[in-house]
Design a protein around this ligand. Structure first.
Ligand SMILES: [Zn+2]
Length: 131
């Protein structure tokens, strides 16, 4: 499983980028949906404009409701935005811990992966959680 270590091709990068953006959009529409359900009509316009965690932090919304809506999706959103950022910097596809290329098949399944499977497992064994 872990043997095909190589840089992603341009074509793969395009498809991973597309999937990351789609996933990000999906998570945000869920968050906006949650917020709309929990907050009153006076907040609806504000909610509609929120696109990232920074805008959400700046929005004047009830904090406990925001935390509740974002909670389960925050790690994923952060992983996605970090992956997109690495793409922009030309660093995408390399393991953050060992610097080797992440297996192509792993990226195809989880394009937001920031570590190779070896390092991910090692990290989980050491109980540092995901990041
Ligand atoms: Zn690694």
């Amino acid at each position: 499983m872990e043997k095909e270590r190589r840089p992603p091709t341009a074509q793969e990068m395009d498809s991973y980028r597309k999937r990351l953006v789609e996933e990000q959009e999906r998570l945000w529409s869920e968050i906006r949906h949650d917020l709309r359900e929990r907050l009153g009509p006076e907040y609806q316009d504000q909610i509609a404009t929120i696109r990232d965690l920074e805008e959400l932090a700046q929005a004047d919304l009830q904090e406990d409701i925001v935390i509740e809506a974002v909670k389960a999706r925050k790690t994923m959103l952060e992983e996605i935005s970090q992956a997109l950022w690495r793409m922009e910097r030309g660093e995408y596809g390399k393991c953050l811990d060992c610097g080797r290329w992440i297996c192509a098949r792993r990226l195809a399944v989880e394009p937001w992966a920031s570590r190779c499977l070896d390092c991910q497992k090692k990290m989980e064994r050491e109980g540092r959680g995901r990041s």
